[in-house]
Design a protein. Structure first.
Length: 483
């Protein structure tokens, strides 16, 4: 358990609630304060605000089967609207500091795998169907039962793996680590900086941000993560105004010419629920929905467990508070994302930045969601934070989540090996789902080899079987004649 978590876990004798807001969100009961929740809400927003830029780029750069593009301004509006509404709903209904927005990875699947097979309306209809099916799994209790069936050490491994994954995201987003081009003819997949060395002012901003963040954390300064983000954004704006910099990436840190931008809600409601079945074969549609559900299902599961564990909110059996409502809201977010043509929305691991800042309740979501709502009209102003200023927060939070590795019994191979694979596969494949799948399969295999197959919950057997299909989707499609 991290130092931050130790300081902010629920005390044995919680102080009395100060007011109705405190009582509703259980702020004092969870050992938090209104100030921590507000700082956490801001920290989460600034670490995930990039989605306002990135989602329109990914979806807007693709064409559907008929050569149509989605409008970038409308995509920005849809992305901000869904993130604002569903983040606030999660805060009020789930009471977890867990923000939601268009899911990275899922939006790429929609843009480059699904849309070329059908119209945009049909593709977004598949997202709505996926979300509805996830809601059915929640209502029937199956989704919650799967989470409860996971052994506690594997849950801890998921948290640790997410910590490494989110730190890796921070390094990559800042340009501190980059992929070596395939033309290099080398077996080394990543390198330091863009050319094997660190160069440029943006990288300096990131490195200074990391040093500032860890220094403030070591000093146990309140608001360490948020202070770092704001400070390095100001530094980046000054550097950008004085130096000749080719590119900062997605977001350039400069004072915008126009502060206010008009939202365009033109994409809302543009989806066809069953149109995809008419454009492509039923088997292909079923496989696409299966891929979306499995990825969304286990990405969310890992995120919810990881965030709750770092916030110290898991009970003695490793259960998440209000889990049923949290999962239902997450499923509803997928529906909302498809209905708004913003792609499937899901829980964001960047919420860990808010938890690292002290957030423990859904009140932080009101702040994060409010900022996304402001972004509908103030996008130019709220997107001046470059990734190099926000990414140090992800590195710091990665460390905080990594500390949970000490709770895993590394002397018991039946747990240690699945835990290791879960932890390693997440950052190495850039996917929470892949890590969970590798851990599940290894756990089931080792229990079987040891003659203890009966110890494995039947839901883990079922989930592992689905992961076999997931990992072998290419030969499955070839056998079924869909590829």
């Amino acid at each position: 358990m991290s130092d931050t978590q130790k300081q902010t876990d629920r005390p044995s004798a919680a102080p009395p609630a100060a007011n109705s807001v405190d009582r509703y969100f259980r702020i004092s009961e969870r050992g938090s304060t209104l100030g921590r929740e507000i700082r956490g809400g801001f920290a989460t927003f600034f670490t995930m605000a990039y989605i306002l830029v990135l989602n329109p780029i990914i979806l807007g750069s693709a064409k559907d089967k008929f050569g149509h593009h989605l409008d970038a301004v409308q995509l920005t509006t849809a992305t901000a609207l869904v993130a604002a509404v569903m983040t606030i709903v999660m805060g009020l209904g789930g009471n977890l500091p867990l923000a939601l927005a268009a899911g990275l990875g899922l939006n790429a699947v929609v843009a480059f795998q699904i849309a070329p097979l059908m119209s945009w309306d049909d593709a977004m209809g598949l997202i709505v169907l996926e979300g509805l099916l996830i809601c059915v799994l929640v209502v029937t209790g199956l989704r919650e039962a799967v989470m409860h069936a996971i052994p506690q050490p594997l849950k801890q491994a998921i948290s640790v793996g997410i910590g490494l994954f989110i730190a890796f995201i921070g390094f990559v987003d800042a340009g501190f680590v980059s992929r070596i081009p395939d033309a290099a003819n080398t077996t080394v997949p990543v390198q330091l900086g863009g050319t094997g060395t660190l160069a440029g002012w943006p990288i300096l901003v990131f490195c200074l941000g990391v040093l500032l963040t860890i220094g403030l954390l070591a000093r146990k300064v309140k608001g360490a993560i948020l202070i770092s983000i704001v400070t390095m954004t100001v530094v980046a704006i000054i550097i950008n105004s004085l130096a000749d910099i080719k590119s900062w990436g997605l977001t350039t840190p400069k004072v915008p010419d126009d502060v206010v931008a008009s939202p365009d809600f033109g994409l809302l409601g543009h989806f066809s629920l069953f149109g995809a079945f008419g454009e492509t074969g039923a088997i292909t549609v079923v496989l696409l929905i299966f891929t979306l559900i499995l990825s969304d299902f286990f990405d969310t599961m890992g995120t919810v467990v990881g965030i709750s564990a770092e916030a110290g909110l898991l009970d003695e059996e490793g259960r998440v508070p209000n889990l049923g409502r949290v999962l239902l809201i997450d499923g509803a977010a997928a529906v909302a994302g498809g209905a708004a043509s913003a792609s499937s929305s899901t829980s964001y691991i960047e919420s860990a930045a808010g938890v690292g800042e002290g957030a423990r309740t859904g009140f932080a979501n009101l702040v994060t969601g409010g900022m996304f709502a402001l972004a509908l009209f103030l996008t130019p102003l709220l997107t001046i934070v470059p990734l190099q200023a926000a990414a140090p927060a992800l590195v710091a939070v990665g460390f905080l989540m990594m500390t949970q590795v000490k709770h895993i019994d590394w002397d018991k191979y039946e747990i240690a090996i699945p835990a290791f694979l879960t932890i390693a596969v997440m950052p190495f494949t850039y996917s929470i789902t892949n890590g969970i799948g590798a851990g599940f399969l290894a756990y089931v295999l080792i229990k079987t080899v040891l003659g203890r197959a009966k110890d494995v919950h039947w839901l883990l057997w079922a989930a592992s079987a689905l992961f076999l299909v997931y990992f072998a989707i290419d030969p499955v499609e070839q056998i079924l004649g869909t590829k």
